[in-house]
Design a protein around this ligand. Structure first.
Ligand code: SF4
Length: 167
């Protein structure tokens, strides 16, 4: 398979920032999504669509976050269940993008609707930068789509469960 260059990846992530979350959730999901394989009928995606219809007027923004609190100087991302590391770093990536466009917003709040918990993510942060750098290195050196996770129980919340597990 043809390798992805850093420039190409940068362009892909400009318009498809959500792929960062996919990568940290599951590398295989990242590549499947990258090549256009989605399951739009999955109930979690439907929940996401309903939530995103309620977004503020951000449709023209390059970074489509769930909500921007301009006065409070923060972005807010909503998650239905747990606040995973992948959603944390996705929020960080949004901050990184916004700052690259000259925004002064340095804080993100990731909120779990079900658990009523929040996680604060600040920009800049060396540890998140390191993860993003490792992500870029991995994607730009990949040779084939990674295998599915070891146990199907780890995939129960994934919209591509049937794709990977139904044989
Ligand atoms: S079903 Fe599992 S292995 Fe397949 S993309 Fe989803 S999380 Fe990854």
């Amino acid at each position: 398979m043809e390798k992805i260059t850093r420039d190409t990846l940068e362009k892909i992530l400009l318009n498809r920032t959500h792929l960062v979350e996919s990568y940290f959730f599951c590398k295989r999901q990242f590549f499947l999504n990258l090549f256009g394989i989605y399951n739009h009928n999955h109930n979690l995606l439907e929940i996401g669509r309903v939530m995103h219809k309620k977004r503020d007027n951000t449709e023209q923004e390059p970074v489509k976050v769930d909500q921007i609190d301009w006065e409070g100087g923060k972005i807010i991302e909503f998650k239905k269940h747990d606040i995973s590391f992948s959603s944390e770093i996705q929020a960080y990536y949004y901050l990184k993008r916004l700052n690259s466009y000259g925004s002064t917003i340095k804080k993100a709040v990731v909120r779990s609707i079900e658990k009523r918990k929040s996680k604060i993510v600040n920009y800049p942060d060396q540890a998140y930068e390191q993860y993003i750098s490792e992500m870029v290195n991995y994607i730009c050196s990949y040779e084939k789509i990674p295998s599915r996770k070891e146990k199907r129980g780890l995939c129960s919340n994934c919209s591509l469960f049937e794709y990977c597990w139904v044989e």
